[in-house]
Design a protein around this ligand. Structure first.
Ligand SMILES: O=C(O)CCC(=O)C(=O)O
Length: 264
């Protein structure tokens, strides 16, 4: 199965409508790909905090509508990264969305760990409260978003829920690129899953985004890694590799359900 990770820049002067039109052109060049993945909040721009309220979208807003059209036209799954989602009750969330080749929303996940270090996300957005998993041709899939990578308890939980492939849209700054590399590799290796981690690039409000989107296999091998410019990373993955890896080295069978029974 061919997956394509699309690194997007969200420069300060570009409007959301211009960016959506520009990215649509890139996506339309990806004929023959089975799954397309985009970064976190690329259409609003993660670090454009002043725009969150005005660019917040519903599930049929401009970002979802464009990606759903592309999914149908290319007959591909599209993980659109995430949007600032408004559900009408005054709360805004950082919600990632997976679309089927029919253009239907088949999975959504609102970021649980909103980020507060040199970021207003934790002030402006409400954390999610669900961790749904969906069966797809790529195996059992869920998403976690950017900062969520740092929290092993969340990953332990998704692992317990039988996940085989995790999509990680991100707006991870270049300043902490080695953390990004280490955590994406470690999460794949420790849970014997595929990690498709798609990061933003370019400058936003004075912050340089790190790029280096990565596809890591269930043995922790990095199948491909992008650079730090706009780029499409296309990789072949075999979803059956999850089962094969776990059969060959059945470490997950030795994991205890909890460790808090251990005495001091
Ligand atoms: O954890 C980090 O270093 C980056 C997190 C981040 O930028 C985000 O969650 O959007």
């Amino acid at each position: 199965m061919k997956v394509a990770l699309v690194q997007v820049a969200s420069p300060d002067g570009e409007t959301q409508a211009e960016r959506i039109a520009r990215v649509e052109q890139t996506l339309r060049g990806l004929n023959g790909v089975d799954l397309i993945v985009l970064p976190e909040l690329w259409s609003a721009g993660y670090f454009h905090f002043d725009d969150y309220a005005s660019l917040a979208e519903t599930m049929d807003g401009p970002t979802v509508t464009m990606c759903s059209r592309v999914a149908r036209d290319l007959q591909a799954h599209v993980h659109l990264g995430s949007i600032v989602e408004t559900s009408g009750n005054g709360q805004l969330k950082n919600t990632s969305i997976l679309l089927s080749p029919e253009g239907r929303v088949i999975h959504s996940y609102s970021k649980v760990h909103v980020f507060g270090y040199q970021s207003l996300e934790s002030k402006l957005l409400t954390p999610g409260s669900a961790l749904p998993v969906v069966q797809t041709p790529f195996g059992r899939v869920t998403g976690t978003t950017c900062y969520d990578l740092r929290f092993p308890g969340l990953w332990m939980e998704l692992s317990k829920r039988g996940v085989e492939l995790v999509i990680v849209p991100a707006a991870w700054p270049a300043a902490r690129r080695e953390h990004w590399r280490l955590l994406t590799s470690a999460r794949a290796l420790e849970h014997q899953i595929f990690v498709l981690a798609c990061n933003a690039v370019g400058e936003q409000a004075g912050v340089t985004l790190g790029g280096h989107s990565r596809v890591v296999d269930p043995s922790g091998v990095v199948l491909a890694e992008a650079g730090d410019e706009e780029e499409v990373l296309i990789v072949d993955i075999d979803p059956d590799q999850v089962r094969a890896t776990r059969e060959e080295f059945p470490v997950l069978a030795d994991r205890l359900p909890a460790y808090d029974h251990l005495t001091n």
